[in-house]
Design a protein around this ligand. Sequence first.
Ligand SMILES: O=C(O)CCC(=O)C(=O)O
Length: 363
Amino acid sequence: MASSTAPESGRAALLKAFDDSRTGVRGLVESGVSTVPDLFVHPDPYASVPLAPPGVSIPVVDLSLPAPLAAAAAAEAARDWGFFYLVNHDALVPSDYPGKALAAVRAFHELPAPDRAAHYGRAMDSGVSYFSNVDLFRSPAASWRDTIQLGFGPTRCEPERIPPVCRSEIVDWEAHATAVARAMMLLLCEGLGLPEATLEEASCLDGKLMVCHYYPVCPEPDRTMGLVPHSDPGVLTVLAQDRVGGLQVKHTNQDGQSYWVDAEPVPGALVINVGDLLQIMSNDKYKSVEHRVVMNPGEEARVSVGIFFNPGKRGESVFYGPLPELATSENPPKYRSFTMSEFLGAFLKRDLASKALIEHFKL
Ligand SMILES: O=C(O)CCC(=O)C(=O)O
């Protein structure tokens, strides 16, 4: 992972000053920065892995297909790519969503600076926070991104703490995205030959964290990143993105070659991806893959809204690990079991770019 070019001595003070401004990266842009400040510089951010050859694209799962075919397509995509576009989900999502939620999130991030600053803070006591870079004080280089983060489970945020300009749209989208996640969990269980409610019964729909990202226009898009390469820690992610683009997924083909594939915005499609916990529960049948957000060189800020679904049951006597049906004598468990507090504790100690979370639990 890249390291910042800001000298270490002044870096802590610069980070604090940036955070104290309470207006995020959007605030830097509003103040007229014409270069990327050192704190945000990722040396050689796009060097390591090549881009995919033309014509390579993440798979599509069509919900209008008969359920067994849709389940087979979802399972194949989750196994080979860890990511897919979901299309024809109109039985679950009204036609004006997720567009309304994306527009409302944009409206919040484009409020005048003092109105945004009133919401700024990292504490999640009320279940709602607005900040720039969740790992600002842990990562070697900050990214060009601001976020509203909302907890919807197992404890539900206080709705009155959601900024009014996007409140009803965010609450509505959480319900629609949960319907999508339920349908995906059923298909993914079916694709593993498990009873279809297995993940839901393991409370995997009950822990929910929503992130409403805003990637401002950037004066030097080649010197920073919107989001560093990472995999999602939870079970499943449902992501809505606007038409700007920038999300890329790392894919390794059958010849062992890895490249970044653009997850270009597809009208009417949601992006679904497998998280680390589902890779573990499926005993590596499904995989959680790295993805990142590159800066777009255009004149339009990008907005995306992701919801991470996790187990809601978090007691010290509740353990997660490979599902017993998938860990047999022919296919022994590849991971040990753990409680959610151990899992989340291990996640929170790392910066986002770390790939070590899944390794931590490997047998
Ligand atoms: O903004 C995006 O497209 C991706 C967001 C993401 O990967 C995340 O929040 O973990």
